[in-house]
Design a protein around this ligand. Structure first.
Ligand SMILES: Cc1cc2nc3c(=O)[nH]c(=O)nc-3n(C[C@H](O)[C@H](O)[C@H](O)COP(=O)(O)OP(=O)(O)OC[C@H]3O[C@@H](n4cnc5c(N)ncnc54)[C@H](O)[C@@H]3O)c2cc1C
Length: 495
């Protein structure tokens, strides 16, 4: 699959990674040898070099701990490097400098609970919103992350978002690069191509190490303060997605990382972790074969199935729901957005058209609806009927009576040639479920007791997200709890 984000990341990351890789060679065996004799070489072991793991490593080093960061791939390879790079705060100094005011943590909390349909864990949500500002300021001041503020992001159209800036695109790749650079400057030991395959416990049940697999085989590494799982969820594990989220979700092409394989569940299940929200996931529109993203196009025209040429969804719903419907209500998880020249020229769609052009994804174009249908392989008679009915409903203000209804705020009649047909699918972004954690990121067992020495953060942890997420809250969540867990481990480390 064409994968521009990752390619850019690799180009940008080359220098940083080279240093880290050299650091890792030779030290794996040494660390493992020490560990297998029972000597803890590190204060904490962090599994996964995404936003959560890297923030945790940097914070741990800053407060004088000796962290070890393990990453199964040759560099950061999870969803972080695919993320647009939006993060959320309500009253940061970056916002104040830009003249942004009026937002509060209480409003942020209410939005989080609303978007999770009331299922977001209240304590996790409260801790999260109350600590987002200080985490973002620390990322800017201590880690050198550059943020742009002042954009009105998707929901709830407030200026909460901070977009990571820098030469590498997307913003999430820049974030991973900046955090790796900081970790390296602090002397954090990072071992790449090192996959954690098992958690180790001492006789008291404290998680005091990991078994890793490298090109040289298997070895054990010990930690004095425990193990932090920052492995992401299971979005790229089709069997797990089928088992937990169902067949429609499993048919979705992946919008992010292809190696997020469910280690958050596989590693913690033998320790009887309690899993929550495993049927929940975030999805969005995508042209699967190329990765092109019609994020805004899907809310600005008529949506028809590829097979059968039927309207099957309300185009006024969130893009998440449109993606869900496309996967669940069409037999092949393919649909087309039909738009006219007026919609084509809307400023808000410019990025989407660029995405299709840049990724060489097809956009069909013709001067009549019938010709457009033929170009796109749709049924000309059916498409003409759908467009006529839709245009009439726009003119009569009866879009809500269409079946299914069309609740778009503004009518988008398809009248002015040329006309466009944009193919897309419902695509999987990330899973929301995993081992339930408390506000210290401790993993809870099936009896709701913390499993000593075991922590989970970011997409590896369950409890905060359900149904959908406030755009920007996932990276921020990984950072907030990544920062906090380092402090918590330091406070609880036995002298
Ligand atoms: C297209 C897209 C756009 C997005 N945009 C945004 C956005 O703008 N804002 C936002 O808030 N969220 C966004 N998200 C969500 C966001 O990217 C994730 O929530 C976030 O990056 C998760 O970070 P993480 O540290 O938990 O995990 P990840 O970044 O997924 O990192 C997990 C790491 O763990 C490693 N790993 C896994 N298992 C093992 C193992 N056994 N041993 C060693 N290493 C292992 C993986 O290789 C990986 O490097 C987006 C997601 C996608 C797909």
């Amino acid at each position: 699959m064409n994968n521009p984000s990752r390619r850019h990341f690799l180009e940008g990351a080359a220098a940083t990674i080279a240093g880290a890789a050299v650091l890792s060679s030779g030290t794996a065996e040494a660390a493992a040898k020490k560990g297998s004799k029972g000597t803890a070489s590190y204060d904490l072991i962090i599994v996964g070099a995404g936003c959560g793991g890297l923030v945790c490593a940097v914070r741990a080093a800053q407060i004088g701990l000796k962290p070890l960061l393990l990453e199964k791939m040759m560099d950061s390879s999870g969803n972080t490097i695919y993320a647009a790079g939006f993060m959320l705060g309500t009253n940061t100094k970056m916002q104040r400098a830009a003249g942004i005011s009026g937002d509060t943590t209480d409003k942020f909390y209410d939005d989080m609970i609303k978007v999770s349909k009331g299922h977001g864990d209240p304590a996790l949500t409260r801790y999260f919103v109350d600590h987002a500002d200080q985490t973002l300021e620390w990322m800017a001041d201590y880690c050198g992350i550059k943020f742009k503020t002042g954009m009105h992001f998707i929901f709830p159209m407030l200026t909460r978002s901070h977009l990571v800036q820098g030469p590498t695109q997307p913003g999430g790749s820049q974030l991973a690069l900046d955090l790796q650079k900081k970790a390296k400057s602090l002397g954090v030991k990072m071992m790449f191509n090192t996959k954690v395959v098992q958690l180790l416990q001492n006789s008291k049940g404290f998680v005091d190490g990991v078994r890793v697999k490298t090109k040289d085989g298997y070895s054990d590494i010990r930690s004095r303060g425990g193990v932090v799982l920052a492995t992401g969820g299971f979005s790229a594990n089709q069997a797990m997605v089928t088992q937990y989220a169902g067949a429609a979700a499993a048919r979705m092409p992946i919008r992010g990382s292809h190696i997020i394989a469910g280690e958050n569940i596989k590693l913690t299940d033998p320790l009887f972790a309690k899993f929550v929200n495993v049927d929940q996931y975030h999805c969005g529109p995508i042209h699967g074969p190329t990765g092109a993203n019609p994020l805004n196009i899907v809310n600005n025209g008529i949506c028809v199935s590829r097979e059968g040429t039927e309207r099957f969804t309300d185009e006024g719903q969130t893009y998440v729901q449109m993606a869900r419907d496309t996967a669940a209500k069409t037999t092949d998880n393919w649909a087309f957005m039909i738009v006219d020249e007026d919609v084509h020229n809307l400023k808000v769609l410019a990025n989407d058209w660029n995405s299709y052009a840049k990724n060489h994804a097809p956009v069909y174009k013709a001067d009549t609806i019938e010709a457009l249908a033929k170009e796109a392989g749709l049924d000309p008679k059916k498409l003409t009927k759908i467009v006529d009915e839709y245009n009439e409903a726009c003119a009569n203000n009866t879009r809500a009576k269409l079946v299914p209804p069309n609740t778009l705020k503004e009518a988008r009649p398809v009248k002015k040639a040329p006309f466009y047909a944009v193919p897309f699918q419902g695509g999987m972004t990330a899973t929301f479920g995993g081992p339930l954690v408390n506000t210290d990121a401790q993993v809870l067992d099936t009896e709701n007791q913390p499993i000593p020495g075991l922590y989970a953060i970011g997409n590896a942890a369950g409890g905060l997200f359900y149904d959908n997420y406030v755009g920007g809250a996932q990276l921020t969540n990984a950072a907030v709890y990544g920062y906090h867990v380092a402090d918590y481990i330091k406070a609880n480390l036995k002298k």
